[in-house]
Write a protein that binds this ligand. Sequence first.
Ligand SMILES: Cc1cc2nc3c(=O)[nH]c(=O)nc-3n(C[C@H](O)[C@H](O)[C@H](O)COP(=O)(O)OP(=O)(O)OC[C@H]3O[C@@H](n4cnc5c(N)ncnc54)[C@H](O)[C@@H]3O)c2cc1C
Length: 380
Amino acid sequence: MRKKYDVVVVGAGPIGSYTAYQLADKGFDVCLLDEKENIGEDVICAGVIGKDAFKRYDLPSKSILSRIDSATFISPSGQRLEYEPQDVFAYVLSRNILDKGILKLAKKIGADVILKQKVKDIKENSGYYTIVCNKKKYHAKTVVLATGINYELHSKIGMSKPPKFLYGSQIEIPISFSQSNIQIHIGHKFVPGSFGWVIPAGDNSSRIGVIVNRKGRIWLERMLEQRLNFSVKKLNKDELKLKPIAYGPIKKSVKGNILAIGEAAGQVKTTTGGAIFYGLLCSEIAVDKLSKTIKNGCSLNDYELAWRSALASELDIGKRLRKIALTLDDEKIEKLFTFVKKNRFWVQLLVPRIDFDYHSNLIFFCLKSFGSLMKIPKRW
Ligand SMILES: Cc1cc2nc3c(=O)[nH]c(=O)nc-3n(C[C@H](O)[C@H](O)[C@H](O)COP(=O)(O)OP(=O)(O)OC[C@H]3O[C@@H](n4cnc5c(N)ncnc54)[C@H](O)[C@@H]3O)c2cc1C
């Protein structure tokens, strides 16, 4: 008799592995497949995650490289605004240790982890799915697509891709700018309509990156040279990594008893490109809905409704902010920095609205408060 799993999860990134872990923990028969042999290696990611997210989920604490207790926002001309809360508010993680750690949890709790298995197709036959790999086939009642930015299976089963992509470019260099501070660089000269970062990554090294609409590597080189006075000639260009980042959710994340999750569903912050927390949050929702589908045959459509009601407005407001940011020239950005620095009470009004994972409250407040100063049209 061929084995039929309750769930086959395709993709052992953090979101796929965490979903497999939770499902196996609930006693379901789970198989986790990934085309890679070495999970967590060569991942392009800044690895920043909010402290609360780390508390909420069983993430391996060994993956923490740095504890972040302040952020400095830097204007095009170099004006600085400091955010210094009382305590650590985020961590910088080693994706290698994080991804391997979550995979290990899934395996330990009983999921069948099978690597070097590229899933080529998914076929439905009499209420079950056949997951087709190069040489093997797997069978399951339900399927989770956690394939990151690989959307090949989506088109095979009739799901769409995200509407658009941003591009993240990053390099890790053996220089320490700070042990616990994140720098956020803003301005058209370096990162048009977006931002660049300098992040401490433990062991005297830093991650420097940008997230932009296009030409990621070129903007990163510009930031390194003109902003950080770092000669790009000293670098091996292959170390300037580039990766698309889903910008906006896919149209439908459920098809029969198949669901998409994490970056595969476009569950990515439209403000910063951060995806781990939103993916984990949706993984919690997915596990609840999948349990009901497997046990009682309930429709998976509830998954779609639940995650969108949790995140849709955040994703939407982030997109609006990006649209506005593209219209702000460096002069307007300088004006805002000067205004807030001169009128320090604004800092007291802004700080309580800062949340690492939910940005809409702060965005609404800023647009209302500074809209006329920045000449932002009233109907944004
Ligand atoms: C420059 C940059 C910086 C970033 N910084 C941050 C950050 O600071 N914080 C944050 O939260 N997020 C950040 N992100 C986003 C984050 O890295 C990703 O969105 C995250 O890895 C998504 O996790 P995932 O599990 O959904 O997908 P992935 O981590 O991409 O995992 C997908 C897995 O699926 C496997 N797979 C794909 N297709 C198949 C197939 N057909 N068969 C078998 N296996 C398959 C892949 O091998 C892979 O292992 C950043 C992204 C970039 C580009």
